[in-house]
Design a protein around this ligand. Sequence first.
Ligand code: GLA
Length: 378
Amino acid sequence: MSTSTGFSEVYGRDAEAGWQSPGRVNLIGEHTDYNDGFVLPLALTIGTTVEGARRDDRLLRIASIEPDMPMVEVALDGLAPGDVDGWTAYVAGTAWALAEKGVPLVGADLLVDGTIPRGAGLSSSASLECATAGALLALSGADLPLRDIALLAQRAENVFVGVPCGVMDQFASTHARAGHLLLLDTRSLEVRHIPFDLASVGLTLLVVDTRAPHALVDGEYAARRASCEEAARILGVPALRDVTDLDVALAQLPDDILRRRVRHIVSENARVLDVVTLLEAGDVRAIGPILSQSHVSMRDDYEISCRELDLVVDTALASGALGARMTGGGFGGSAIALVETTDLERIRARILEAFASAGLTTPGFVDAQPGNGYGPTR
Ligand code: GLA
Protein backbone atom coordinates (compact mmCIF):
# COMPACT_ATOMS: atom_id res chain seq x y z
CA MET A 1 0.00 0.00 0.00
CA SER A 2 2.99 2.36 -0.37
CA THR A 3 2.61 5.66 -2.24
CA SER A 4 6.08 7.21 -1.80
CA THR A 5 6.67 7.89 -5.50
CA GLY A 6 3.27 9.49 -5.88
CA PHE A 7 3.86 11.79 -2.95
CA SER A 8 6.98 13.44 -4.40
CA GLU A 9 5.26 13.74 -7.78
CA VAL A 10 2.31 15.57 -6.26
CA TYR A 11 4.09 17.70 -3.66
CA GLY A 12 7.69 17.95 -4.96
CA ARG A 13 9.18 16.65 -1.70
CA ASP A 14 9.32 13.41 0.26
CA ALA A 15 6.68 12.12 2.65
CA GLU A 16 7.69 12.13 6.32
CA ALA A 17 5.13 9.61 7.55
CA GLY A 18 2.75 7.06 6.10
CA TRP A 19 -0.05 5.09 7.66
CA GLN A 20 -2.24 2.32 6.30
CA SER A 21 -5.56 1.01 7.53
CA PRO A 22 -7.55 -1.86 6.03
CA GLY A 23 -11.11 -2.31 4.86
CA ARG A 24 -13.21 -5.02 6.47
CA VAL A 25 -15.74 -7.67 5.73
CA ASN A 26 -18.16 -8.67 8.44
CA LEU A 27 -18.59 -12.42 8.97
CA ILE A 28 -21.74 -11.90 11.06
CA GLY A 29 -23.41 -9.36 13.37
CA GLU A 30 -25.12 -6.85 11.09
CA HIS A 31 -26.63 -3.61 12.38
CA THR A 32 -26.00 -4.87 15.91
CA ASP A 33 -23.25 -2.30 16.54
CA TYR A 34 -25.63 0.59 17.22
CA ASN A 35 -27.67 -1.66 19.52
CA ASP A 36 -24.77 -2.28 21.94
CA GLY A 37 -24.43 -5.78 20.48
CA PHE A 38 -21.71 -8.05 19.11
CA VAL A 39 -19.99 -8.02 15.71
CA LEU A 40 -17.46 -10.39 14.14
CA PRO A 41 -15.58 -8.73 11.26
CA LEU A 42 -12.18 -9.44 9.75
CA ALA A 43 -9.82 -6.91 8.21
CA LEU A 44 -9.02 -7.31 4.53
CA THR A 45 -5.55 -7.03 3.05
CA ILE A 46 -6.74 -4.09 0.95
CA GLY A 47 -7.17 -0.66 2.47
CA THR A 48 -6.13 2.97 2.40
CA THR A 49 -2.71 4.55 2.77
CA VAL A 50 -2.26 8.17 3.80
CA GLU A 51 1.20 9.68 3.44
CA GLY A 52 2.07 13.12 4.70
CA ALA A 53 4.66 15.81 5.32
CA ARG A 54 4.42 18.69 7.80
CA ARG A 55 3.63 22.26 6.79
CA ASP A 56 4.61 25.37 8.77
CA ASP A 57 1.23 27.02 8.34
CA ARG A 58 -2.05 25.70 9.72
CA LEU A 59 -3.27 24.26 6.44
CA LEU A 60 -4.13 20.74 5.38
CA ARG A 61 -3.76 19.99 1.70
CA ILE A 62 -5.52 16.78 0.71
CA ALA A 63 -4.81 15.04 -2.58
CA SER A 64 -5.62 11.63 -4.04
CA ILE A 65 -3.50 9.37 -6.20
CA GLU A 66 -6.56 8.90 -8.41
CA PRO A 67 -6.78 11.00 -11.54
CA ASP A 68 -9.43 13.73 -11.72
CA MET A 69 -9.57 14.30 -7.98
CA PRO A 70 -8.60 17.93 -7.42
CA MET A 71 -6.50 18.84 -4.38
CA VAL A 72 -8.49 20.40 -1.54
CA GLU A 73 -7.10 22.92 0.95
CA VAL A 74 -8.54 23.16 4.46
CA ALA A 75 -7.61 25.56 7.30
CA LEU A 76 -7.19 23.70 10.59
CA ASP A 77 -8.14 26.71 12.69
CA GLY A 78 -11.88 27.08 13.05
CA LEU A 79 -12.57 23.83 11.15
CA ALA A 80 -16.16 22.76 11.85
CA PRO A 81 -18.74 20.22 10.60
CA GLY A 82 -20.32 21.45 7.37
CA ASP A 83 -17.11 23.15 6.14
CA VAL A 84 -16.01 20.35 3.80
CA ASP A 85 -17.97 17.86 1.70
CA GLY A 86 -17.24 15.01 -0.69
CA TRP A 87 -14.56 12.40 0.05
CA THR A 88 -12.20 14.93 1.65
CA ALA A 89 -14.73 15.39 4.48
CA TYR A 90 -13.56 12.02 5.88
CA VAL A 91 -10.00 13.39 6.07
CA ALA A 92 -10.90 16.87 7.33
CA GLY A 93 -13.42 15.35 9.77
CA THR A 94 -10.73 13.13 11.26
CA ALA A 95 -8.46 16.17 11.73
CA TRP A 96 -11.39 17.95 13.39
CA ALA A 97 -12.05 14.99 15.72
CA LEU A 98 -8.34 14.71 16.64
CA ALA A 99 -8.20 18.42 17.47
CA GLU A 100 -11.40 18.08 19.51
CA LYS A 101 -9.64 15.32 21.48
CA GLY A 102 -6.84 17.76 22.31
CA VAL A 103 -4.21 16.53 19.83
CA PRO A 104 -1.93 19.47 18.89
CA LEU A 105 -2.16 19.04 15.12
CA VAL A 106 0.36 20.47 12.67
CA GLY A 107 -0.51 21.52 9.12
CA ALA A 108 0.22 18.85 6.53
CA ASP A 109 0.29 17.87 2.89
CA LEU A 110 -1.53 14.54 2.60
CA LEU A 111 -1.79 12.01 -0.20
CA VAL A 112 -4.44 9.30 -0.16
CA ASP A 113 -4.18 5.99 -2.00
CA GLY A 114 -6.85 3.34 -1.68
CA THR A 115 -7.26 -0.21 -2.96
CA ILE A 116 -10.82 -0.89 -1.78
CA PRO A 117 -13.36 -0.93 -4.61
CA ARG A 118 -15.61 2.06 -4.06
CA GLY A 119 -19.22 1.37 -3.05
CA ALA A 120 -18.46 -2.28 -2.27
CA GLY A 121 -19.56 -1.96 1.36
CA LEU A 122 -16.07 -2.96 2.53
CA SER A 123 -15.50 0.14 4.69
CA SER A 124 -13.38 2.35 2.52
CA SER A 125 -14.61 5.29 4.64
CA ALA A 126 -13.46 3.87 7.99
CA SER A 127 -10.16 2.85 6.47
CA LEU A 128 -9.64 6.40 5.15
CA GLU A 129 -10.51 7.91 8.54
CA CYS A 130 -8.21 5.58 10.48
CA ALA A 131 -5.27 5.92 8.06
CA THR A 132 -5.69 9.71 8.24
CA ALA A 133 -5.68 9.58 12.05
CA GLY A 134 -2.49 7.49 12.05
CA ALA A 135 -0.70 9.80 9.61
CA LEU A 136 -1.75 13.01 11.39
CA LEU A 137 -0.77 11.62 14.79
CA ALA A 138 2.66 10.57 13.47
CA LEU A 139 3.23 13.98 11.84
CA SER A 140 2.16 15.77 15.01
CA GLY A 141 4.38 13.58 17.22
CA ALA A 142 1.33 12.51 19.23
CA ASP A 143 -0.27 9.20 20.13
CA LEU A 144 -3.57 7.99 21.50
CA PRO A 145 -4.86 4.61 22.71
CA LEU A 146 -6.15 2.50 19.80
CA ARG A 147 -9.66 2.54 21.23
CA ASP A 148 -9.72 6.36 21.18
CA ILE A 149 -8.57 6.39 17.58
CA ALA A 150 -11.43 4.09 16.53
CA LEU A 151 -13.94 6.19 18.48
CA LEU A 152 -12.78 9.51 17.11
CA ALA A 153 -12.82 8.14 13.55
CA GLN A 154 -16.45 7.12 14.15
CA ARG A 155 -17.15 10.58 15.57
CA ALA A 156 -15.70 12.17 12.43
CA GLU A 157 -18.12 10.12 10.35
CA ASN A 158 -21.14 10.69 12.64
CA VAL A 159 -20.73 14.41 13.23
CA PHE A 160 -18.54 15.82 10.46
CA VAL A 161 -19.65 13.64 7.53
CA GLY A 162 -23.16 13.11 8.88
CA VAL A 163 -23.46 9.30 8.65
CA PRO A 164 -24.91 7.76 11.84
CA CYS A 165 -22.76 4.59 11.62
CA GLY A 166 -21.89 2.33 14.55
CA VAL A 167 -18.32 1.56 15.60
CA MET A 168 -17.67 -1.81 13.94
CA ASP A 169 -15.78 -0.60 10.88
CA GLN A 170 -13.38 1.69 12.72
CA PHE A 171 -12.64 -1.01 15.31
CA ALA A 172 -12.02 -3.61 12.60
CA SER A 173 -9.71 -1.25 10.74
CA THR A 174 -7.62 -0.41 13.81
CA HIS A 175 -7.79 -3.54 16.00
CA ALA A 176 -7.83 -6.50 13.59
CA ARG A 177 -5.13 -9.16 13.59
CA ALA A 178 -3.99 -11.29 10.62
CA GLY A 179 -5.44 -14.81 10.66
CA HIS A 180 -8.20 -13.80 13.08
CA LEU A 181 -11.73 -12.50 13.32
CA LEU A 182 -12.35 -9.60 15.67
CA LEU A 183 -15.11 -10.22 18.21
CA LEU A 184 -16.17 -6.79 19.45
CA ASP A 185 -18.63 -6.13 22.24
CA THR A 186 -19.87 -2.72 21.13
CA ARG A 187 -21.09 -1.90 24.66
CA SER A 188 -17.95 -2.57 26.70
CA LEU A 189 -15.68 -2.13 23.62
CA GLU A 190 -13.81 -5.26 24.67
CA VAL A 191 -12.23 -7.16 21.79
CA ARG A 192 -11.25 -10.80 21.38
CA HIS A 193 -9.22 -12.15 18.48
CA ILE A 194 -10.74 -15.43 17.27
CA PRO A 195 -8.44 -17.63 15.13
CA PHE A 196 -9.88 -18.02 11.61
CA ASP A 197 -7.72 -20.23 9.46
CA LEU A 198 -10.09 -21.45 6.76
CA ALA A 199 -7.33 -22.74 4.47
CA SER A 200 -6.26 -25.35 7.03
CA VAL A 201 -9.72 -26.94 6.84
CA GLY A 202 -10.09 -26.64 3.06
CA LEU A 203 -12.53 -23.71 3.10
CA THR A 204 -12.60 -20.26 1.50
CA LEU A 205 -14.60 -17.16 2.29
CA LEU A 206 -15.75 -15.78 -1.03
CA VAL A 207 -16.52 -12.05 -1.07
CA VAL A 208 -18.63 -10.85 -3.98
CA ASP A 209 -18.94 -7.16 -4.75
CA THR A 210 -22.34 -6.95 -6.44
CA ARG A 211 -21.51 -3.50 -7.87
CA ALA A 212 -25.08 -2.53 -7.03
CA PRO A 213 -25.11 1.13 -6.02
CA HIS A 214 -24.80 1.44 -2.26
CA ALA A 215 -25.16 4.60 -0.20
CA LEU A 216 -25.40 4.66 3.58
CA VAL A 217 -25.84 8.41 3.58
CA ASP A 218 -29.37 7.98 2.36
CA GLY A 219 -32.16 7.67 4.88
CA GLU A 220 -32.54 3.89 5.11
CA TYR A 221 -29.64 3.30 7.52
CA ALA A 222 -30.76 6.18 9.74
CA ALA A 223 -34.34 4.90 9.62
CA ARG A 224 -33.29 1.41 10.81
CA ARG A 225 -31.31 2.97 13.63
CA ALA A 226 -34.25 5.17 14.65
CA SER A 227 -36.60 2.14 14.69
CA CYS A 228 -34.23 0.28 17.01
CA GLU A 229 -34.01 3.25 19.37
CA GLU A 230 -37.79 3.63 19.36
CA ALA A 231 -38.27 -0.09 20.10
CA ALA A 232 -35.75 0.05 22.98
CA ARG A 233 -37.66 3.00 24.41
CA ILE A 234 -41.00 1.18 24.21
CA LEU A 235 -39.46 -1.92 25.78
CA GLY A 236 -37.83 0.11 28.55
CA VAL A 237 -34.31 -1.19 27.91
CA PRO A 238 -31.13 0.87 27.33
CA ALA A 239 -30.53 -0.90 24.00
CA LEU A 240 -31.90 -3.92 22.09
CA ARG A 241 -28.90 -5.90 23.32
CA ASP A 242 -30.72 -6.01 26.67
CA VAL A 243 -33.75 -7.89 25.33
CA THR A 244 -33.55 -11.25 27.07
CA ASP A 245 -36.90 -12.80 26.07
CA LEU A 246 -37.67 -12.16 22.42
CA ASP A 247 -41.28 -13.45 22.55
CA VAL A 248 -42.13 -11.24 25.51
CA ALA A 249 -40.57 -8.24 23.75
CA LEU A 250 -42.43 -8.92 20.50
CA ALA A 251 -45.73 -9.06 22.37
CA GLN A 252 -45.07 -5.57 23.78
CA LEU A 253 -44.42 -3.88 20.43
CA PRO A 254 -47.25 -2.03 18.70
CA ASP A 255 -46.57 -2.75 15.04
CA ASP A 256 -45.26 -5.39 12.71
CA ILE A 257 -42.35 -3.34 11.34
CA LEU A 258 -40.89 -2.72 14.80
CA ARG A 259 -41.42 -6.40 15.68
CA ARG A 260 -39.45 -7.49 12.62
CA ARG A 261 -36.64 -5.02 13.23
CA VAL A 262 -36.28 -6.21 16.83
CA ARG A 263 -36.43 -9.87 15.81
CA HIS A 264 -33.50 -9.30 13.46
CA ILE A 265 -31.30 -7.52 16.01
CA VAL A 266 -31.98 -9.92 18.87
CA SER A 267 -31.58 -13.07 16.76
CA GLU A 268 -28.50 -11.67 14.97
CA ASN A 269 -26.79 -10.92 18.26
CA ALA A 270 -27.37 -14.53 19.36
CA ARG A 271 -26.05 -15.78 16.01
CA VAL A 272 -22.74 -13.96 16.51
CA LEU A 273 -22.21 -15.73 19.81
CA ASP A 274 -23.28 -19.09 18.33
CA VAL A 275 -20.74 -18.67 15.52
CA VAL A 276 -17.98 -17.87 18.01
CA THR A 277 -18.85 -20.98 20.05
CA LEU A 278 -18.70 -23.19 16.95
CA LEU A 279 -15.44 -21.68 15.74
CA GLU A 280 -13.83 -22.12 19.13
CA ALA A 281 -14.95 -25.75 19.11
CA GLY A 282 -13.28 -26.18 15.70
CA ASP A 283 -16.63 -26.85 14.00
CA VAL A 284 -16.16 -24.36 11.17
CA ARG A 285 -18.49 -25.98 8.61
CA ALA A 286 -21.37 -25.76 11.09
CA ILE A 287 -21.40 -21.96 10.89
CA GLY A 288 -22.68 -22.12 7.29
CA PRO A 289 -26.40 -22.45 8.10
CA ILE A 290 -26.12 -19.63 10.66
CA LEU A 291 -24.72 -17.31 8.00
CA SER A 292 -27.64 -18.19 5.74
CA GLN A 293 -30.17 -17.62 8.54
CA SER A 294 -28.62 -14.20 9.04
CA HIS A 295 -29.28 -13.38 5.39
CA VAL A 296 -32.92 -14.43 5.60
CA SER A 297 -33.31 -12.26 8.69
CA MET A 298 -31.81 -9.24 6.90
CA ARG A 299 -33.84 -9.86 3.76
CA ASP A 300 -37.22 -10.44 5.38
CA ASP A 301 -37.14 -8.81 8.83
CA TYR A 302 -34.63 -5.98 8.54
CA GLU A 303 -35.35 -5.41 4.82
CA ILE A 304 -31.87 -4.26 3.83
CA SER A 305 -31.07 -6.69 1.04
CA CYS A 306 -31.59 -6.12 -2.68
CA ARG A 307 -31.99 -8.17 -5.84
CA GLU A 308 -28.23 -8.44 -6.53
CA LEU A 309 -27.36 -9.51 -2.96
CA ASP A 310 -30.14 -12.11 -2.97
CA LEU A 311 -28.91 -13.39 -6.33
CA VAL A 312 -25.37 -13.97 -5.00
CA VAL A 313 -26.69 -15.72 -1.89
CA ASP A 314 -29.24 -17.89 -3.72
CA THR A 315 -26.79 -18.84 -6.48
CA ALA A 316 -23.98 -19.64 -4.04
CA LEU A 317 -26.25 -21.83 -1.91
CA ALA A 318 -27.75 -23.59 -4.94
CA SER A 319 -24.18 -24.31 -6.14
CA GLY A 320 -23.06 -25.94 -2.90
CA ALA A 321 -21.89 -23.09 -0.62
CA LEU A 322 -22.10 -24.04 3.07
CA GLY A 323 -23.62 -20.66 3.90
CA ALA A 324 -24.03 -17.19 2.42
CA ARG A 325 -25.22 -13.74 3.43
CA MET A 326 -25.07 -10.10 2.53
CA THR A 327 -22.48 -8.21 4.58
CA GLY A 328 -22.20 -4.59 5.74
CA GLY A 329 -24.85 -1.91 5.70
CA GLY A 330 -26.94 -3.41 2.90
CA PHE A 331 -28.95 -2.00 -0.04
CA GLY A 332 -26.07 -3.02 -2.35
CA GLY A 333 -22.41 -3.63 -1.61
CA SER A 334 -21.05 -7.13 -1.01
CA ALA A 335 -22.16 -10.63 -0.06
CA ILE A 336 -20.06 -13.47 1.37
CA ALA A 337 -20.21 -17.22 0.90
CA LEU A 338 -18.44 -19.93 2.86
CA VAL A 339 -17.35 -22.51 0.31
CA GLU A 340 -15.25 -25.65 0.02
CA THR A 341 -12.09 -24.47 -1.71
CA THR A 342 -12.53 -27.26 -4.25
CA ASP A 343 -15.90 -25.70 -5.22
CA LEU A 344 -14.63 -22.11 -5.41
CA GLU A 345 -14.11 -21.81 -9.17
CA ARG A 346 -17.41 -23.49 -9.98
CA ILE A 347 -19.37 -21.25 -7.59
CA ARG A 348 -17.70 -18.10 -8.93
CA ALA A 349 -18.56 -19.18 -12.48
CA ARG A 350 -22.21 -19.80 -11.51
CA ILE A 351 -22.47 -16.36 -9.94
CA LEU A 352 -21.04 -14.74 -13.07
CA GLU A 353 -23.50 -16.70 -15.24
CA ALA A 354 -26.44 -15.75 -13.00
CA PHE A 355 -25.57 -12.03 -13.20
CA ALA A 356 -25.06 -12.20 -16.96
CA SER A 357 -28.37 -13.90 -17.58
CA ALA A 358 -30.16 -11.40 -15.32
CA GLY A 359 -28.62 -8.57 -17.39
CA LEU A 360 -26.76 -7.19 -14.33
CA THR A 361 -23.30 -5.58 -14.16
CA THR A 362 -20.54 -8.18 -13.78
CA PRO A 363 -19.78 -8.59 -10.05
CA GLY A 364 -16.25 -8.43 -8.63
CA PHE A 365 -14.51 -10.95 -6.37
CA VAL A 366 -12.44 -9.74 -3.42
CA ASP A 367 -9.74 -11.68 -1.58
CA ALA A 368 -10.82 -12.26 2.02
CA GLN A 369 -7.60 -13.29 3.78
CA PRO A 370 -7.85 -11.87 7.33
CA GLY A 371 -5.22 -9.12 7.51
CA ASN A 372 -3.76 -6.86 10.18
CA GLY A 373 -5.27 -3.67 11.53
CA TYR A 374 -3.75 -0.27 11.04
CA GLY A 375 -0.08 0.62 11.24
CA PRO A 376 2.81 2.58 9.75
CA THR A 377 3.78 1.91 6.13
CA ARG A 378 7.50 2.02 6.89
C1 GLA B 1 -22.12 0.00 8.13
C2 GLA B 1 -21.83 0.83 9.38
C3 GLA B 1 -21.48 -0.08 10.55
C4 GLA B 1 -22.54 -1.17 10.75
C5 GLA B 1 -22.83 -1.87 9.42
C6 GLA B 1 -23.97 -2.84 9.53
O1 GLA B 1 -20.96 -0.65 7.71
O2 GLA B 1 -20.75 1.70 9.15
O3 GLA B 1 -21.32 0.68 11.73
O4 GLA B 1 -23.69 -0.66 11.33
O5 GLA B 1 -23.14 -0.93 8.40
O6 GLA B 1 -23.63 -3.90 10.36
